[in-house]
Design a protein around this ligand. Sequence first.
Ligand SMILES: C[S@@+](CC[C@H](N)C(=O)[O-])C[C@H]1O[C@@H](n2cnc3c(N)ncnc32)[C@H](O)[C@@H]1O
Length: 329
Amino acid sequence: MDNSSLFNEPKNITNHFNPQSDIVLFNGDTNNLIDTIPDNFVKLIITSPPYNLGKSYETQVSIKQYLKEQEQTISKLYRILRSDGSICWQVGNFVDKGEIYPLDIFYYQIFKELGFHLRNRIIWHFGHGLHTSKRFSGRYETILWFTKSDSYTFNLDPVRVPSKYPGKRHYKGPNKGKPSGNPKGKNPSDVWELLAKEWEDCFWDIPNVKSNHPEKTIHPCQFPVELVERCVLALTNKDDWVFDPYAGVGSSLIAAIKHNRRAIGSEQEFEYVNIIRERLGSFFNGTLRLRPLGKPVYKPTGKEKVSQVPPEWKEATQQKLLEEKEDYE
Ligand SMILES: C[S@@+](CC[C@H](N)C(=O)[O-])C[C@H]1O[C@@H](n2cnc3c(N)ncnc32)[C@H](O)[C@@H]1O
């Protein structure tokens, strides 16, 4: 989508809720901001809440206490969400002494009891990440997409992806011989691999891949803007309000503004709020580096150093192949 019209355009940014502004950027506890937002106001709430993992910005508490606090915030969010609005809650696992607690399982109960309706449990699949030694390495997180009612915005066309086999045709019935797909592309499905794979391993030749992603800042768990863009385009319309209660370095705000929506973000850390301001500034003057929405995932050619078997492993690899061949015979 062309966003050049936004560059250099003065946007009205306020540090407290104001329905006349284009962007609300609040530095403080999200609960304090939510209390100032009217009922039925926001079209999309999209966030990755703190996971209670003891990251630099959180104090770890018991999972019971963590969920109790989150439930209080989510019930406030219910109040400010429009009746045709959506909430996208992106979470991974809480880990305690090697035991994992998939947070979406716990969150589902909270949302369901408040009256939300689950539309998708989206799997955000990572190609790479930490390797664990006592369980299989975790390679996905989830996004729970709930609506407040049965009447909600869902724009499929702006988020369609190219079909794998656009030349497929109906082989029987009244449309026999006609193309069976949609010329605008196919539904992106509930497994979002494309975004995360590239996020993790965008440049295979560079060892520290994360810090080389065009969007990466100092935040330890930042959203790719593209992930939010897909939700913004599908679940809101122009001028709608998008709110990220745990805004981090503002990826949701950028995604919203890029597509001519209005944005609200709250973030408790002053340092991150400053980065949001810088990123918004760079966005408006056209210098923010963003991975373009829908850009194909980089596929290693096999020639990159990091996709080749290290010479010192060659003997072990050949030995393993021989053993497998013998087992098979
Ligand atoms: C998982 S991160 C979100 C990252 C974000 N999605 C991004 O792309 O940068 C959660 C953020 O919530 C903030 N946070 C935690 N508790 C908060 C609260 N009560 N009010 C406002 N912000 C809070 C943390 O400082 C952290 O930056």
